[in-house]
Design a protein around this ligand. Structure first.
Ligand code: NA7
Length: 550
């Protein structure tokens, strides 16, 4: 076991978009910061995930850092929906351009983090035993990194190659001449299925619940578009922050009932042709009004009927059991058309239940499908998985795993009662995955940095979310979701995709704009809802910032 005795101001866990910006911002503010990262490179989810067809479903010009003029002007995105390789290249470029790597420890996975209440500092222990100490910890562990590995009967007996989409091998998989099967038809399945079908001898898709899928209509950016963005990015980014999703969608202002039927249809069609998630933003009440929702759902089902030649297969691909938008809508290319290929079979588990996985294939109640390569596209233990993978506790007896036994509790997604001096970026209780993640990560990092400067200037050594403020915020988070149709789906937003996980709607859906205004008000009121502690005598001895107390 080795010990790193240098007391840092801040340890950031994770070197994805959030952790890298955290390092840059806090270093600029004069803090001594170290990032600890399990992977061997920067990138976070864009480092680990590398399955074929992986793209972000947010426009590349928006899914990138806004804080730096240099990055904005020097990087040129090639396409509307960038591939993983391009996003990863961008993150590496940012890390190099900002000289971040020298303060990142790679290949080091944190196993536990304990706050010593008497000393007022965190001790983090990595797998392998190395320890790190800091006054503050920022968890930039990301909402989508821990794979969801479902219990499927017979899975352990499978004798072929088993791959989880989240842990895709670094070397490309050779699928030519092989019988390939994919379990899962969320965003991951929808992105990879058309490409796997082109490569495999035969592709079998196992669908438990059909997804609503919209066409990406991906395209290369032309120079005029890039120039426009570079010239106007400050205003564009600010405008995005003032929207409810943190993305520059064309937001419809009116409920569907107030629009003439022929205009509704024409607008949906126009948005469908534009591609991406545009079709979801036509009416202001998609997630609040069942009739509006059904109107859009039926429009999307009609598109499935038009794309898939065999009406029986088309029917299997149509979602009916949950309102559109209550699970993340998938953005794909040629997804439905892929089912017109001769080398693709669809197992719809609703009409053809699974018996078991066998060493050489999949047995359902109707038949047997030979499989050489089995791909689990079964998603993530989202939002809480990475945080709960670390044993986070205090010497005073608080444990995150106990505190979150019935689901996550946080104040603004940023702080957790009982865990002083720990912040979370895009945590449960913040807009997080219900927004443009890069924009939200930037906001949270800036808020945390301002908060740490505030504490430093005043010589306050500890800050912790107040329990009553946290409860009130979580009630508000619950109420925001209950005011919508979002609890109608067994989605990963609610933890429903992971066996045994407590079900609770985790992201804050009241809007990025509303959330950021609330965070500003909290900060302006001297971090209202947080308990800010004065230094104890013991903490003062080692304190770097006490001189500025006042
Ligand atoms: P998702 O969206 O959670 O999708 C996982 C898929 O796997 C979904 O179709 C699930 O069906 C299916 N699944 C999960 N467990 C099983 C079992 N036991 N048997 C059969 N099928 C199963 O994960 P993705 O990786 O596609 O996308 C996650 C997010 O990443 C995405 O929303 C973007 O934000 C980026 P279900 O619908 O649960 O019935």
């Amino acid at each position: 076991m080795s010990s790193n005795n240098n007391l840092l101001d801040v340890i950031i866990v994770g070197a994805g978009f959030a952790g890298l910006y955290g390092l840059y911002k806090l270093r600029e503010a004069g803090f001594k910061v170290q990032v600890i990262e399990a992977g061997d490179d920067v990138g976070g989810t864009w480092y680990w995930n590398r399955y074929p067809g992986l793209r972000c479903d947010v426009d590349s010009l928006e899914y990138s850092y806004a804080f730096s003029d240099e990055l904005q002007q020097e990087w040129r995105w090639s396409e509307r929906y960038a591939l993983q390789s391009e996003i990863h290249d961008y993150i590496k470029f940012a890390a190099d351009r900002l000289d971040l790597r020298r303060d990142i420890r790679f290949g080091t996975r944190i196993a536990s983090a304990t706050f010593d209440s008497a000393a007022g500092q965190w001790a983090l222990v990595a797998e392998g035993g190395e320890t790190f100490a800091a006054r503050y910890v920022v968890m930039a562990t990301g909402p989508l990194s821990v794979p969801n590995k479902p219990h499927i009967p017979g899975l352990d007996s499978f004798a072929g190659q088993l791959v989880h989409s989240v842990q895709w091998p670094a070397e490309p998989l050779d699928l030519s001449g092989k019988n390939v099967a994919v379990i899962g038809t969320g965003s991951t399945g929808v992105q990879m299925i058309p490409l796997l079908a082109q490569e495999a001898a035969h592709l079998t898709v196992v669908q438990r619940t059909p997804a609503y899928t919209v066409p990406a209509r991906n395209q290369e950016w032309n120079d005029a578009r890039i120039a426009y963005w570079r010239d106007n990015f400050r205003e564009l980014r600010q405008t995005a922050r003032e929207t409810r999703a943190g993305v520059l969608h064309e937001y419809g202002m009116y409920p569907a009932a107030t629009v003439r039927p022929e205009d509704r249809e024409a607008d949906l069609e126009r948005r469908w042709v534009k591609g991406g998630p545009n079709v979801l933003y036509g009416f202001s009440d998609l997630l609040r009004n069942e009739e509006t929702n059904e109107l859009v759902a039926e429009f999307l089902r009609g598109k499935i009927a038009a794309a898939v030649k065999d009406p029986a297969i088309a029917a299997k691909l149509m979602p009916y059991e949950y309102p559109v938008g209550t699970k993340r809508v998938c953005v794909g290319t040629d997804y439905y058309e892929t089912y017109n290929r001769d080398n693709v079979s669809l197992i719809d588990l609703r009409s053809e239940p699974l018996k078991q996985i066998e060493p050489d294939g999949i047995r359902t109640e109707q038949g047997f499908y030979p499989v050489d390569v089995l791909i689990l596209a079964t998603g993530y233990d989202a939002m809480t998985g990475a945080l709960l993978a670390i044993d986070i506790r205090t010497t005073g007896g608080t444990s995150l795993r106990s505190a979150w036994a019935d689901g996550p509790q946080s104040y603004l997604g940023l702080g957790i009662a009982g865990l002083p001096n720990m912040f979370v970026v895009t945590g449960p209780g913040s807009p997080s995955v219900f927004s443009n993640m890069v924009l939200s990560a930037e906001h949270d990092v800036e808020w945390i940095s301002d908060c740490l400067e505030y504490l430093r200037e005043r010589g306050f050594p500890t800050i912790e979310a107040d329990r009553a403020a946290q409860e009130a915020w979580m009630d508000h988070v619950d109420a925001a979701a209950r005011g919508t149709l979002l609890n109608r789906a067994a989605s990963w937003y609610r933890g429903a995709n992971v066996e045994g996980k407590p079900q609770k709607f985790m992201p804050y859906v009241g809007g990025v704009n509303t959330y950021q205004a609330k965070c500003r008000a909290v900060a302006a009121a001297g971090y209202e809802g947080f308990v800010i502690g004065a230094a104890t005598a013991g903490q003062r001895t080692g304190g770097e910032h006490q001189a500025a107390a006042g």
